[in-house]
Design a protein around this ligand. Structure first.
Ligand SMILES: Nc1ncnc2c1ncn2[C@@H]1O[C@H](COP(=O)(O)OP(=O)(O)OP(=O)(O)O)[C@@H](O)[C@H]1O
Length: 598
């Protein structure tokens, strides 16, 4: 019931459909109760006294009742269907909305396949129950109440004797529910594991094939598939055990009625018509009881699915706006970023960053260098408020970013990551992703600056070329250039290049950087790179090691000092650097390398 209560917000706005569906079902059920009475009347008041002229009238009444019942059943189905679909629609949108608000921390652990199954299979179980299952259970109750009341009216003693097996049936039904619910919960989980396996396999198909691990994947899938099958069989076993027993117990009522009612008719304490009417009314009780297992089954499926959907809807959002968060106005943002003594660790991990101080005046370029896992990307993630800073603070134009509206903060920042995600849409739409109402000229301008225009024009459909979700048909460097164009078109105050040019060759990188120079003007830029060539023009280069800043300064200063920066420089330009330490400060290796290349 808790699931139903928690889902109230989704079905209550549709209560007119709910009420209509229940109302028509009640009318249909009530109309159904006229049959046994017509039968009783036919036998006791028409056939026994031989008033056969009433038969055509009775037949006519039956036709009218049947037609009315059919009409009401249709209306119940019509409104029930609407209700189910509208509730599913609301829930689907709410879930999708929630997926957008959940923070990076949630996605660090979330499984795509599991989320997909919540949005599809679980939602379908909810739709079915809210649309039909709920009304059917109510119908069952109504049939028992109406049928029972009529039976009591006809003969209360016989009613009480007949209904003796009902409490046994109720106990059985409760036990069945207790067993089947966990089975369904496990089944839903097994289904989600299965979907996850399929999703991961498709996403990682290149890795699977390159490592020739198809057999391993098939085995992995069969294990999960078998778990699902075992769950299904387990549920079927419970079902198979309880259903016949419940049916048997329900039929005992009919047997008791035949014996007790038969004796009463023979004794003359019950009219034959009443007995026949009783016999049809008993199915009003037994019928729903038979279906009890099915309804419980439906309800528990709904409950298991509802728990999973509500679990997602109630998921904690780690990064959200504080009360009275400041909405940034792009035209007023200058882009002065300061990290003040920032220390951060990911959940259940040791510190990824320790005591980080950075001052990036508006329009400056800050470069980050450091080994893998040294914390470069984490700095960027914190600036975008992907995670909340616990110690220290990050300031934008003198304002702590935790007091800034998250969306408006992210609107000021355009990131380009090492791994480019392209949507299955045209190149034009992929570039224009960051902003609305963008012209073709603006798109082309951004593409020219990111050196993407030429290769796009070589594609048969140019900017209209549809790229697959993994950027099918494009090289890593081409995808990166599209991602750079996507960031540039956003015209951000703060530009983030997280290993953004790692997939392009040095010459293209140099060309893109020439474009960047124009673009970086007036924007604060953070560049993470493994190549010294990408960082050398930065106003400040910060060298990180295990979350600590170990060196900082301009390129010329850093190569003049002993330390990791110079070591990296030495490795990357081994062919051009002489062993004389004093050379580092005076020789601009990059320029010499370029002139050598000519
Ligand atoms: N989402 C995450 N959840 C938990 N730990 C993380 C997460 N992202 C990074 N880390 C950990 O934080 C540390 C810093 O990682 P970070 O990604 O910032 O390094 P990096 O310098 O950008 O590395 P690379 O150059 O390989 O991208 C590492 O120890 C890493 O394992």
């Amino acid at each position: 019931m808790d699931v139903l209560r928690q889902l109230k917000a989704f079905y209550m706005p549709e209560r007119k459909y709910l009420i209509a569906s229940i109302f028509f079902l009640m009318v249909a059920t009530a109309l159904g109760l006229i049959y046994p009475n017509l039968l009783r009347y036919l036998i006791d008041d028409v056939i026994a006294p031989q008033k056969f002229e009433l038969v055509p009238w009775l037949a006519l009444i039956v036709v009218v009742v049947i037609s009315l019942k059919a009409l009401n059943q249709f209306l119940h189905g019509f409104f029930g269907g609407r209700l189910g679909n509208r509730v599913a629609f609301r829930l689907r949108n709410a879930l999708y909305d929630k997926l957008q608000t959940l923070s990076f921390q949630y996605y660090d652990k979330a499984k795509t396949g599991d989320l997909m199954s919540r949005l599809t299979a679980d939602l379908e179980a909810i739709r079915n129950f809210i649309g039909f299952g709920f009304a059917q259970i109510l119908n069952m109750v109504l049939m028992i109440v109406f049928g029972g009341a009529m039976m009591l009216y006809l003969n209360w003693q016989l009613t009480l004797i007949t209904l003796v097996p009902i409490p046994i049936l109720a106990i059985l039904a409760l036990r069945f529910e207790k067993l089947i619910h966990p089975a369904f919960r496990e089944m839903r989980q097994a289904m989600s594991n299965l979907t996850t396996a399929v999703q991961e396999n498709i996403t990682g198909v290149r890795t699977v094939k390159s490592f020739a691990r198809e057999k391993h994947e098939v085995t992995k899938f069969s294990v999960r598939s078998e778990a699902y099958q075992t769950n299904q069989i387990g549920a079927a076993k419970i079902w198979a055990k309880y259903f016949p027993v419940m049916e048997l117990v329900a039929n005992f009522s009919a047997v008791i009625l035949l014996i007790a009612g038969g004796i009463m008719v023979i004794n003359g304490s019950l009219l034959l018509g009443e007995f026949v009417a009783f016999f049809s009314l008993i199915w009003y009780i037994i019928g729903p009881m038979w279906g009890l297992g099915f309804h419980i089954n439906n309800y528990t499926q709904f409950k298991a699915s509802g728990e999973r959907v509500l679990g997602l809807l109630n998921e904690h959002v780690h990064v959200k706006n504080v009360k009275d968060a400041v909405e940034l106005d792009s035209s007023n943002v200058r882009g002065h970023v300061r990290f003040e003594n920032v220390t951060f660790n990911y959940p259940d991990k040791s510190a990824a960053l320790t005591a980080i101080d950075i001052d990036a005046p508006a329009g400056s370029v800050i470069g980050f260098l450091g080994g893998t896992g040294s914390g470069k990307s984490t700095i960027i993630q914190l600036l975008m408020r992907a995670y909340n800073v616990k110690n220290g603070r990050i300031m934008l134009d003198g304002m702590d970013i935790k007091n800034v509206d998250v969306e408006s903060l992210r609107r000021q920042i355009a990131p380009v990551f090492q791994e480019t995600f392209l949507f299955s849409a045209s190149i034009r739409d992929n570039i224009a992703y960051g902003i609305r109402d963008v012209t073709q000229e603006q798109i082309e301008h951004a593409a020219k600056l990111s050196k993407a225009h030429d290769f796009i024009m070589e594609l048969p459909l140019g900017y209209d070329t549809i790229v697959g979700e993994r950027g099918m048909g494009l090289s890593g460097g081409q995808k990166q250039r599209i991602a750079i164009a996507r960031a540039l078109i956003k015209n951000p105050r703060i530009l983030i290049l997280d290993d953004a040019t790692s997939a392009v060759d040095m010459e293209t990188e140099h060309e893109i950087q020439a474009g960047f120079k124009e673009l970086m003007a007036g924007r604060t830029t953070f560049i993470i790179a493994h190549r010294i060539s990408s960082l050398r023009h930065a106003d400040e280069i910060i060298v990180l090691d295990k979350g600590h800043i170990v060196q900082r300064g301009k390129h010329a200063d850093l190569i003049a000092q002993k330390g990791p920066y110079r070591d990296t420089y030495k490795i990357q330009y081994a062919d051009y650097v002489s062993d004389d330490e004093n050379d580092y400060a005076v020789i601009d290796i990059h320029d010499r390398r370029r002139s050598n290349a000519k």
